[in-house]
Design a protein around this ligand. Structure first.
Ligand code: DX5
Ligand code: ZN
Length: 217
């Protein structure tokens, strides 16, 4: 069974509590929270106070995806705000500081994730494989919802699944970008077990059916 993590990037930001309940009522166990700084990506979304507010109104697993430069500067604040998973981008700082940030996140009792943009090869993740609880493979350029799924990222998933089976079998493998009912099976076949879905989830007429279909093996 795959974990479905609807992305609140496609929710109504004036009604986040309502939309967190929409996610819960559809049977999805996680909510994916996209944090963008207008620097690492060309868009700005929400920050620490909103994560804190979401934590107050929801028991869903908060999967916080930091698309921000030098994420280590803010890791403690996002952990304290209530993130359950905190994912940083490999490209967002020096390799040393990214590694230290993963260590710091785990030390705070939060699951640590690392993500790569489409242009970064999977091999670049090698030094981090045993320091993380989740790897997030972007299947669009980060920054916006509603983009086209990049099927040519599936090789990265297959490579990482085989590497993780050897050195960190419990590590989750997440995909983000353009995931819907037709692309989800491709991701699962390539080894993904966490599926982020923003626009497709919020557009689905029957959200419970959408979640059931995406979760299925
Ligand atoms: C994009 C974000 C995604 C986004 C996905 O940079 O990281 O989480 O919400 O949206 P869809 O599912 O519409 O591609
Ligand atoms: Zn995301």
């Amino acid at each position: 069974m795959a974990i479905v993590a609807p992305s609140i990037l496609s929710a109504d930001f004036a009604n986040l509590e309502r939309d967190m309940n929409v996610i819960r009522d559809a049977g999805a166990p996680w909510a994916h929270v996209d944090i963008m700084d207008g620097h690492f990506v060309p868009n700005i979304t929400i920050g620490i106070p909103v994560v804190k507010a979401l934590r107050r109104v929801s028991d869903l697993t908060l999967d916080v995806h930091l698309m921000i430069t030098e994420p280590g500067r803010y890791a403690e604040a996002f952990c304290k705000a209530g993130a359950d998973f905190l994912t940083v981008h490999l490209e967002a700082d020096t390799p040393e500081r990214i590694l230290q940030t993963l260590i710091d996140i785990r030390a705070m009792g939060v699951k640590a994730g690392i993500s790569v943009k489409p242009g970064t090869p999977a091999e670049a993740l090698e030094p981090y494989l045993t320091f993380c609880d989740m790897i997030l493979i972007m299947t669009v350029e980060p920054g916006f919802g509603g983009q086209k799924f990049m099927e040519n990222m599936m090789g990265k998933l297959r490579y990482l699944r085989s590497r993780l089976d050897v050195c960190n079998p419990g590590c989750l493998l997440e995909v983000d970008g353009g995931v819907d009912a037709s692309t989800a099976p491709i991701c699962k076949a390539a080894g993904a077990n966490v599926l982020v879905s923003g626009s497709a989830f919020f557009k689905a007429a029957d959200k419970a059916e959408f979640v059931t279909r995406l979760s299925a093996e």
